[in-house]
Design a protein around this ligand. Structure first.
Ligand SMILES: [Zn+2]
Length: 142
């Protein structure tokens, strides 16, 4: 399936994004590597049966989050330098962001409807949170 679709993580990431200090966390090894994001994409794309999509994931700086139409889905995850979360929380948030956007792809077959957008967001958030939580806490009894 090919759609004109660019998925942004504004809703997921902006709440954690730094609005100042562009150079935070820019020295030293990356907190999350491009390879790690590719690994998450491959794992979750397969797990969510989205193999017939051409999906790319890119780590971008906050000023590169503008929407650009493509014939494929591009998931842009925020560069850790632009996060305000503690370093140890960032990888989990980035993985969750990728899974969240992949779940959105499933719902993108539905007609666009502003009236249900909020409900869709709630559903996607709940499913993505549950999936990632299950991935990392498979024996949780909560
Ligand atoms: Zn969403």
């Amino acid at each position: 399936m090919v759609l004109f679709l660019t998925l942004l993580l504004v809703f997921v990431s902006l709440g954690n994004a730094a609005s100042t200090s562009r150079n935070r966390l820019t020295s030293g090894p990356p907190i999350v590597s491009e390879q790690q994001t590719q690994d998450w994409l491959h794992l979750w794309q397969k797990r969510l049966h989205l193999e017939d999509w051409k999906i790319d994931v890119k780590i971008v700086r906050i000023w590169d989050l503008e929407q650009v139409p493509h014939r494929t889905a591009t998931i842009k995850v925020l560069n850790p330098s632009d996060y305000e979360l503690p370093k140890d929380k960032i990888p989990a948030d980035m993985e969750l962001s990728i899974v969240h956007e992949l779940v959105h792809l499933h719902l993108s077959v539905l007609p666009l409807n502003k009236a249900t957008r909020g409900a869709e967001e709630q559903v996607v958030t709940m499913l993505a949170d549950a999936l990632v939580d299950l991935e990392h806490h498979p024996v949780s009894t909560e």
